[in-house]
Design a protein around this ligand. Structure first.
Ligand code: NAD
Ligand code: IMJ
Length: 257
């Protein structure tokens, strides 16, 4: 009793390993009493993610490539069968071809643009629409964005454009789903050394620079992103929708970096 997400049913998209922001959110949500379905992109990740999910109370893992509507439908059918309802969704998914994330933005290919947009922006619509039938008592949808959506940053390139689209999608979904009691928000963390960040050219340098210029003079931790997610997923944030919440040690307010 008294837990933030007691008895709520949620789906978390985008667990790849123990470093994933989605995994930090899964752990935090589970500790607050949520029943969870965590999803992973491909068979290659199955063993890791099934093993991670087994560490949680009342959680199971299922494969879902968010570019495939049939796989998304399968996830909701499984949730329907098990619980018959859904209270929240966490969308923590992004992908662009590696060659689009270095070098000149002007060389972004048509194909690379479409792929990145499909996986990283459109998928929020794709996973929200079929969830509506299960969200009869309202709900909360949370996605993950990055400040590269509003500021031009080295190497972020097409992903910056995708995050700008994603943030606009958050507002349009919030606008439309508000009357059903469904809220839609985004978290915008500072750089965290996950699979999606390590190995990116210049990441280590900018990770270190971040700590020098952010008002709080330290890096962002996945656990503090997860705690902010708990707020957005719970009734504590019942008056908030269409919002972008920065979990970045104040980095976004600084003018001189
Ligand atoms: P991560 O690599 O652990 O997570 C990204 C996830 O996207 C992976 O689980 C991957 O399997 C999944 N994915 C990619 N293509 C997919 C597809 N077609 N179908 C289903 N899943 C797919 O890295 P992360 O840092 O935890 O990233 C999670 C989210 O956080 C992303 O949206 C990312 O843009 C955002 N974010 C990350 C940082 C950071 O510095 N790490 C900062 C701000 C925002
Ligand atoms: C990613 C690229 C360039 C600069 C970057 C990042 N900075 C940060 C990230 C400064 C913090 C991480 N980030 C916020 C992302 O959204 C990453 C998305 C991403 C990462 C990869 C790496 C592997 C790959 N494709 C990817 N697609 C999206 O092949």
């Amino acid at each position: 009793m008294g837990k933030l997400l007691d008895g709520k049913v949620g789906i978390i998209y985008g667990v790849a390993n123990q470093r994933s922001i989605a995994w930090a959110i899964a752990k935090a949500a589970s500790n607050e009493g949520a029943k969870l379905c965590v999803t992973y992109q491909s068979e290659r990740l199955a063993q890791t993610v099934v093993e991670l999910a087994s560490q949680l109370q009342d959680a199971w893992a299922i494969q879902c490539d968010v570019t495939d509507d049939a796989q998304i439908e399968r996830v909701y059918n499984a949730v329907d069968e098990r619980y018959g309802r859904l209270e929240f969704i966490v969308h923590s998914v992004a992908f662009a071809r590696r060659e689009e994330l270095s070098g000149s933005f002007i060389n972004t290919s048509r194909d690379g643009f479409i792929t990145a947009m499909d996986v990283s922006a459109y998928s929020l619509i794709a996973v929200t629409r079929p969830a509506l039938r299960l969200m009869q008592s309202g709900g909360s949808v949370v996605t993950l964005t990055y400040i590269g959506s509003e500021r031009a940053m080295p190497n972020y390139n097409v992903m910056g454009v995708c995050k700008a689209a994603l943030e606009a999608i958050v507002r349009y979904l919030a606008f439309e789903l508000g009357e059903r009691g469904i809220r839609v928000n985004a978290l915008s963390p500072g750089p965290i050394p996950t699979l999606a960040a390590r190995g990116i050219s210049g990441f280590t340098q900018m990770y270190q620079r971040f700590r020098e210029v952010a008002p709080m003079r330290r890096n962002t931790e996945a656990d503090e992103v997860a705690d902010a997610a708990l707020f957005l997923l719970s009734d504590m944030s019942r008056g908030i929708t269409g919002e972008i919440v920065y979990v970045d040690q104040g980095f976004h307010i600084v003018g001189l970096v």
